[in-house]
Design a protein around this ligand. Structure first.
Ligand code: SF4
Length: 378
């Protein structure tokens, strides 16, 4: 079976090329062809020796993900649905802004964490993505956008691991993908512009600090264990005191200005003045000392099975003001791509009824609806 070269960071590719009897710098050339120039056909990699190109064509390929659909919103947000086989689909979303271009990337097909406000969580877990499947989302988006815009420069400046799945529960595939994103011979994304968002897998937060200290976002959504246990079930395993201490260790080990805390605003559940007070207390004293925190308040995108409602805009603003008055930088996430179901909480391939998908897949290869609601808010 041929090896998919998108599965490697540059060190991995060097190892692979050495195995083929090649010098390490050849791997760097190959890496640049693939990731900087978006070339998948070895015959177009003109500065590689013919002998290497032949060896590669026999043993390897650069295999992108099949695109099921692409939808573009009136506000320029672009959403791709990719087929990852066996009736599973994942999504990536590109959000253009004046000063940046952000790609939201998936790390798993489905998710095992099961957050109450997240449609992906309701659908359950299918499988981890490979490094190639994570990187292929960026590979496709970046080179598609460059071709379309006629740019030779980078279009995507920021990547957020906030699509489907809990990235830290797919750690071994995640880290090489992050390294390829950071690599100057790859995508050259800066560490501050590459964000891993986690629901709070404490041991893996510590490992990330050592292995690949990028920006960290924590999907918090509640200021107390009692409430968080019911919204983000992983809290029962890693309660808030452990999570906050892990955040402190992350800030110490991987010096950064702050950790971003994502907070999905749920009407009457976590959006009251006492929740804001408890949140401030948690940041100041929850870990024994203060955690440098920034808040991102996310308007909830309701879906029927959740039984939850979106907080109204005034409530969200009042909550934001309370945090800001205490000196916390707080943003309210703008809803983008509503018209193509690319807003937060609406992402991801429709794997609503896996059994049915599996049955129908035997008759027709692609039947995954792009208009589903799924995804997460971390
Ligand atoms: S919010 Fe994130 S961690 Fe929670 S179920 Fe959804 S995808 Fe999983």
């Amino acid at each position: 079976m041929r090896v998919n070269l998108l599965d490697f960071d540059r060190d991995g590719l060097i190892g692979h090329c050495i195995g083929l009897g090649e010098k390490p710098f050849r791997a760097t050339q190959l890496f640049r062809w693939m990731h900087q120039r978006g070339v998948a056909d070895f015959s177009h990699m003109t500065d590689l020796a013919q002998s290497l190109r032949s060896k590669l064509s026999e043993s390897a390929h650069v295999l992108p993900l099949p695109v099921i659909s692409q939808h573009e919103s009136a506000d320029g947000t672009l959403k791709w649905l990719f087929d990852v086989g066996d009736g599973n689909a994942i999504e990536s979303v590109f959000i253009p802004e004046d000063d940046r271009g952000t790609l939201c990337v998936s790390s798993q097909a489905g998710c095992a964490v099961g957050c109450r406000f997240c449609s992906t969580g309701h659908q359950g877990f299918s499988r981890n993505l490979s490094t190639a499947e994570i990187l292929a989302q960026l590979w496709h988006a970046e080179h598609f956008l460059r071709r379309r815009q006629g740019f030779h420069e980078r279009v995507i400046s920021n990547v957020v691991m906030m699509g489907m799945g809990e990235p830290l529960q797919n750690y071994h595939a995640l880290v090489p993908a992050l390294r390829a994103m950071l690599d100057d011979h790859g995508y050259g994304i800066s560490r501050r512009r590459l964000t891993v968002s986690t629901s709070g897998v404490v041991p893996m937060i510590d490992r990330l600090a050592q292995d690949c200290p990028v920006a960290l976002a924590v999907s918090l959504h509640a200021p107390t264990d009692a409430l968080r246990d019911s919204l983000v079930p992983i809290n029962r395993k890693y309660p808030l005191v452990e999570l906050m201490q892990a955040c402190l260790r992350y800030l110490d080990a991987a010096p950064r200005d702050f950790i971003t805390f994502e907070y999905c605003m749920l009407d009457g559940v976590n959006d009251q003045p006492e929740h804001a007070r408890e949140l401030i207390e948690l940041m100041r004293h929850g870990a024994g000392r203060g955690v440098s925190a920034k808040f991102n308040l996310i308007p909830f995108n309701p879906f029927p099975a959740s039984g939850l409602r979106r907080s109204d805009a005034r409530q969200v603003q009042d909550f934001a003001n309370r945090l800001q008055d205490q000196g916390f930088v707080t943003t309210v996430r703008k809803t983008r791509g509503d018209d193509i179901d690319a807003a937060c909480g609406q992402l991801a391939g429709d794997v609503k009824d896996r059994t049915d998908v599996g049955k129908r897949m035997t008759r027709t290869p692609i039947m995954i609806s792009p208009s589903s609601q799924a995804h997460h808010d971390h």
